[in-house]
Write a protein that binds this ligand. Structure first.
Ligand SMILES: Nc1ncnc2c1ncn2[C@@H]1O[C@H](COP(=O)(O)OP(=O)(O)OP(=O)(O)O)[C@@H](O)[C@H]1O
Length: 448
């Protein structure tokens, strides 16, 4: 049996005439929208406190209450929600005032079911476009290639990932930096039944405990200095979809009980607001650290770890899936020569051997960076070894502490690996514990 089609928008109807509420509701539910109704301003307010809506149809004449006041209240309680005013022909002037006060559009009563459906579709489409733009902005520089592999071990991991994607189990994705944990999380969201809903990422290391709480759960205007308006929070944005907690090892210890409660009970409060809310969110988390060790050191809660890793998927480092290097390199080359309009079309045999024999401490991210650079500097149709930016012993195997190496060689290899793993020079300098100008000088000195 085909699964029932998921509703693609949550709509609030506010009108004091119950016959209108009923007709509008039937009409919109036929289109698979999730509809709630309120016949007074106070009921609408209560619903807005409890749920997240994408769109509201608001009658401006609401018994005692002024529709414009209700609209103003809605802008405060749910600034993300589109509001379409429903008005009598004689009151179109007030509808125009309402648009100036933040409503998105108006419908003149009596309106046909078709007009209502078209209006809902138009508003929700606009919201989807905004969400899509935000999603794409978050993905700038990220590839969209599918996930596949020729390595049997990696194929088995991807098979399990596909299988468990359709369950609602929380998944912990482990793997060295740059192995594609974020890419796998996105793919698992797409493979799941939530695939058409939002995929929301929260990057744990970038936020303090206070900011993380408001980023996750939202806050009300005035909840803290600088909170200039109500915000929805990532958990509500991900309602019905997936929340990806990247670098969960850096999730603030003090906030872990609140995350645990949300995972267990699906309940949370916005900062500055005692109302308990609910959101239906599937959690994926990733880390390159050992959470088990962190639990032993008291830096991560054991109960949270158990909740997060209902299923654990561990991605292989690139050096353990050498079968994939050639195809990934070719895909990256194709993408970057297109983007930079440069002539390279393939690799010389020597260059391909070099790619295959390198140990890739920065994994797929490093490979991507190396090929991007090569695609820019190669003025021929074949990428040569010299374009790869490798030199000397780094080609063979990654040096390890304790190997027969000079300090200079070890330093060079370490800096090269950190650079390959970092998005920016500043980030690399921070990891290395030196300032960016020193790193810049060392790169030149070491010909990196
Ligand atoms: N299968 C793949 N095909 C193409 N590009 C990929 C693939 N896997 C990863 N990448 C690219 O490699 C880079 C690193 O991937 P991603 O951020 O998912 O890794 P990660 O393991 O989450 O890294 P970190 O632990 O540092 O956050 C990104 O640019 C990503 O787009």
């Amino acid at each position: 049996m085909e699964p029932a089609e998921q509703p693609c928008g949550r709509i609030l109807l506010v009108d004091d005439e119950s016959a209108i509420l009923r007709t509008f509701r039937y009409c919109l539910e036929d289109e698979n929208y999730q509809v709630s109704t309120a016949n007074s301003a106070s009921k609408a307010e209560a619903l807005l406190q409890q749920h997240v809506f994408d769109l509201c149809f608001l009658d401006l004449r609401l018994g005692e209450d002024s529709g414009l006041d209700v609209l103003a209240q809605m802008r405060v309680l749910a600034p993300w929600m589109a509001v379409v005013i429903v008005t009598a022909h004689s009151a179109v002037d007030t509808a125009v005032d309402a648009i100036q006060a933040g409503a998105s559009d108006y419908l003149v009563k009596p309106c046909s079911p078709e007009q209502l459906r078209m209006s809902a579709a138009k508003q929700l489409k606009a919201r989807q476009l905004v969400a899509r733009i935000e999603q794409l902005e978050g993905q700038v520089g990220k590839p969209q290639e599918g996930l596949d592999s020729r390595s049997p071990a990696m194929m088995a991991i991807l098979d399990t990932a596909r299988q468990v994607a359709s369950t609602d189990a929380n998944i912990l994705i482990l793997g060295e930096s740059g192995t594609g944990k974020g890419e796998l999380a996105k793919a698992m969201h797409k493979w799941s039944q939530r695939g058409k809903k939002s995929f929301v990422t929260i990057n744990c290391p970038s936020l303090s405990s206070e900011l993380m709480e408001s980023e996750l759960f939202g806050h009300t205007k005035g909840a803290f200095t600088g909170a200039s308006e109500n915000t929805l929070g990532r958990v509500s944005q991900a309602d019905g979809g997936t929340l990806f907690l990247d670098e969960i090892g850096d999730f603030p210890l003090t906030l872990q009980p609140k995350l645990l409660r949300f995972i267990q009970d699906k309940e949370f409060e916005r900062v500055g607001d005692p109302v308990t809310r609910q959101a239906d969110v599937r959690i994926l988390a990733a880390t390159n650290r050992s959470l088990k060790d962190m639990v032993d050191d008291g830096r991560f809660r054991e109960d949270l770890l158990y909740r997060l890793n209902v299923i654990t998927l561990t991605l292989l480092p690139l050096r353990e899936r050498v079968e994939d290097i050639a195809e990934l390199a070719e895909r990256f080359l194709l993408r970057f020569v297109k983007a930079y309009s440069t002539p390279a079309r393939g690799f010389t045999e020597e260059a391909m051997t070099a790619l295959l024999s390198y140990s890739w401490p920065g994994n797929i991210r490093e490979l991507r960076n190396v090929i991007e650079r090569a695609s820019i500097i190669c003025t021929d149709d074949q990428v040569q070894v010299s374009h790869l930016g490798f030199s000397g012993p780094a080609l063979n195997s990654a040096p390890r502490v304790g190997d027969e190496l000079s300090l200079d060689e070890l330093e060079r290899a370490h800096i090269a690996a950190v650079l390959a793993n970092s998005e920016t020079l500043d980030q690399a300098a921070k990891t290395l514990g030196i300032d960016a100008s020193t790193l810049y000088r060392k790169r030149k000195q070491l010909a990196l």
